[in-house]
Unconditional design. Structure first.
Length: 256
């Protein structure tokens, strides 16, 4: 391979690398510094041509390999930086959402303690539960002497004086009242407990209890399937605890 051929061979190699990288400013800078450093140490351009000629085909292949490896490393580094930025943005957004939820929970707590009348408290529970997870329907049933009594409800976008459906014997509401354990169902159509009432949505049923005493059950429903995330479960359980305290205070006040 002659000097001119060697020089001509290097040019497309460098150009190909530049095009592959999309004209990365960092990559251009890298090549510029590398070649400039080499040329500064070779005062005679003809000697530079002679060095390229001396490298021969194996040397040219080695140069191409170095250029492509460097290009790939820079490209991978750029992808990692983009991924890190996206993850950071997602984390910041998630933190902002959690802060909003905690603020909403704090406001709900303040509203629950603003009254000792049972019915206003039940309506406050409905409104805040619906806001916390953007639910479609919310019901509260009081539980006294093993009997579920309708307390309050929001469905069809407004407060209602009756439940959408009375609790079924052996159904979810009764099961939660007896066990004192919350239940989160992402798709009711797949649950045996709803085999005779497949309405296609999702529901969370949380006991409203003080210690081991169940005062009621709060049902939060979605008209479509809904996967309950960990932060939603946590915020609803915290709210259920606050709601139970407010209901107990109202019941005690009623006895005075």
């Amino acid at each position: 391979m002659g000097p001119v051929a060697g020089t001509i061979m290097v040019i497309p190699l460098v150009a190909t690398a530049l095009l592959y990288e999309g004209g990365s400013a960092f990559f251009v800078w890298f090549l510029y510094i590398s070649l400039s450093t080499l040329l500064l140490n070779i005062s005679d351009f003809s000697r530079w041509i002679a060095i390229l000629h001396h490298m021969g085909t194996p040397g040219m292949i080695c140069l191409l390999t170095i250029v492509l490896i460097t290009t790939l490393n820079i490209r991978n580094m750029r992808l990692r930086i983009q991924e890190n930025l996206q993850q950071r943005k997602s984390t910041e957004q998630e933190l902002q959402e959690r802060n909003c939820e905690l603020e909403a929970l704090q406001q709900a707590s303040m509203q629950l303690t603003s009254s000792l009348e049972l019915q206003p408290i039940l309506e406050t529970i409905l409104e805040n539960a619906q806001k916390l997870v953007r639910a479609d329907d919310v019901h509260v049933f009081l539980y006294d002497d093993h009997e579920l009594i309708f307390g309050a409800a929001i469905w069809d976008h407004q407060h209602q004086q009756r439940p959408f459906q009375q609790p079924r014997p052996g159904g979810l509401t009764q099961t939660v009242a007896l066990s004192g354990t919350p239940s989160f169902i992402s798709e009711v159509n797949k649950e045996p407990i709803y085999e005779d009432f497949r309405w296609g949505g999702a529901i969370a049923a949380l006991p409203l209890k003080i210690g081991e005493q169940v005062l009621g059950v709060m049902n939060i429903a979605f008209i479509h399937p809904h996967v309950f995330k960990n932060h939603e479960i946590r915020i609803l359980q915290l709210f259920a605890d606050q709601a139970a305290v407010a209901i107990q205070n109202a019941l005690m006040y009623k006895l005075v």
